[in-house]
Design a protein around this ligand. Structure first.
Ligand code: TXA
Ligand code: MG
Length: 349
C-alpha cells in the first residue's frame, strides 16, 4: 500500500473539511488512524467485514482477538448491542464519553470478525473531539484496536502510528499526543457478577461504586497467570528490547536494579532505565540510558508517559529495567502493561 496520508488536525476544534475527508475514507472501506483520549485507534467501518479484515491484516493481529466498536454516543448503543442491562446505562451515564469499554451481547448486524466469532461485542464512546467528530461525520460505528503492530506498545502519537503502520493505513489524523496514554478499562457485563477483563483509564475503584461485586482476574494481578480476556496474551505491549520489572519496596527494588544495571553494563550491554524522576540519583555514575516517567506520585503522568518512553528507549538499548508501582487507581493498568511488556519477567525484591 502507498504511504499514509498524514493530516494535522486541531485536537480541540477539528477542521470539518479534514474530518469530512477522513469520514469518506472510512465510509468507502478505508483505514483511518485517529487519536482518542487513551491511545490512537486504527479505525474502519465496523459494519463492513472486508474493511474490518483489513485492520487485522494491517496490524498482523490474530483473528481470535476481538475489536472494540466506537460510537458517537450512548444513543447509538442499540444499533450494535442487544439485551442491554440497566447497569450499562448507569455506567455510560457516568463514564461516557470516556475510557470505559463495555462487553455486551452483539446484534447480528455486527460482522463476526469484529468480535472474533463471539456472541458479544465490546463498545465505547471515546472522549476526544477528533474521534467524536469523525464518528459523527461517518454516521457509522467504527471498529478500532490500538494503532500499533500486533504485540507492540500502543501508540500515543501519530509518529508512533507511522513507525508501526506506515504503508498499511490509508490516513492518519494527527491530533497530537493522547492524554491518558493507557487503553480503556474493559468490563464484561454479560457475566454476573461483571468481570474486569482489562484494567485501564477508568480505575477499578471508580467502577466499584457502581459494581461492588466486580470480579478481578489473576492475569493483571500476578505474573504468569492466564489471559483474562481474549487476545490479552502475556506477550503484549512489548518494546523490541527485553524488559525486566523489579517489584517490591522502593529501596529494595532500586538497590537490586542498580546492581543488575552495573553488572550488565560491565558485560558491555546497553541498559535502559524507565524510572520516575526521583529515582535517577540511585543510578548516579552508571553508564545507563534513562527515560523519565515523571514524578513518582503522579500515576496519570506515569501512565501517559509509559508507552512513549518504552518506544523512546527501545532502539538504543539491549534491556530495559523498570520498577513496579502501587497497584491502585491507574496503577493497576500500569502494572498490567508492565507485566505484559516484560512477558512475565518480574523479579521480587
Ligand atoms: O482505549 C482503547 O480501548 C483503545 C482505543 C483505540 O479505543 N483500543 C484498544 O483496542 O485498546 P485493542 O484492540 O487494542 O484492545 C481491545 C481489548 C482486547 O483486550 C480485547 O480482547 C477486548 O478489548 N475485547 C474486545 N472485544 C471483546 C469481546 N467481545 N469480549 C471480550 N473482550 C473483548
Ligand atoms: Mg491493543
Amino acid at each position: 500500500m502507498a504511504r499514509a496520508i498524514v493530516v494535522s488536525v486541531n485536537p480541540e476544534h477539528p477542521e470539518p473539511a479534514l474530518i469530512h475527508t477522513a469520514a469518506e475514507m472510512v465510509r468507502t472501506g478505508g483505514l483511518v488512524a485517529f487519536p482518542t483520549e487513551t491511545v490512537y485507534g486504527l479505525g474502519a467501518n465496523a459494519l463492513d467485514a472486508t474493511a474490518v479484515e483489513r485492520i487485522f491484516q494491517a496490524k498482523g493481529r490474530p483473528a481470535s482477538d476481538p475489536l472494540i466498536v466506537h460510537l458517537a454516543g450512548y444513543q447509538h448503543l442499540d444499533t450494535v448491542a442487544s439485551e442491554i442491562p440497566p447497569l450499562a446505562g448507569i455506567l455510560a451515564h457516568h463514564f461516557w464519553p470516556g475510557p470505559l469499554t463495555l462487553v455486551l451481547h452483539k446484534k447480528p448486524l455486527v460482522p463476526a470478525n469484529v468480535s472474533a466469532g463471539r456472541a458479544t461485542v465490546a463498545v465505547r464512546v471515546p472522549h476526544h473531539p477528533v474521534a467524536l467528530a469523525l464518528l459523527e461525520a461517518v454516521g457509522l460505528p467504527i471498529a478500532a484496536p490500538s494503532a500499533n503492530r500486533f504485540s507492540r506498545p500502543s501508540p500515543t502519537s501519530a509518529q508512533h502510528v507511522l513507525d508501526d503502520l506506515d504503508g498499511r493505513v490509508d490516513m492518519v489524523l494527527d491530533g497530537g499526543t493522547t492524554r491518558i496514554g493507557l487503553e480503556s478499562t474493559v468490563v464484561d457485563l454479560t457475566r454476573d457478577p461483571p468481570v474486569l477483563l482489562r484494567p485501564g483509564g477508568v480505575p477499578i475503584e471508580a467502577l466499584r461504586e457502581f459494581i461492588p461485586a466486580i470480579e478481578l482476574r489473576p492475569a493483571y494481578l500476578e505474573p504468569g497467570a492466564e489471559a483474562a480476556s481474549p487476545g490479552m496474551l502475556l506477550k503484549h505491549y512489548s518494546p523490541d528490547a527485553e524488559l525486566i520489572v523489579f517489584d517490591g519496596a522502593r529501596e529494595a527494588a532500586l538497590l537490586r536494579m542498580r546492581g543488575m544495571a552495573a553488572e550488565l553494563a560491565g558485560q558491555g550491554r546497553i541498559v535502559g532505565l524507565l524510572i520516575p524522576n526521583e529515582d535517577a540519583e540511585a543510578f548516579a555514575g552508571l553508564p545507563v540510558r534513562i527515560a523519565y516517567l515523571g514524578p513518582a506520585g503522579d500515576l496519570s503522568r506515569i501512565g501517559a508517559a509509559l508507552f512513549a518512553q518504552m518506544r523512546e528507549l527501545e532502539p538504543h538499548v539491549d534491556l530495559i529495567l523498570v520498577r513496579g508501582f502501587a497497584r491502585e487507581g491507574l496503577g493497576l493498568a500500569i502494572w498490567d502493561r508492565l507485566l505484559r511488556a516484560a512477558q512475565g519477567h518480574v523479579l521480587e525484591c
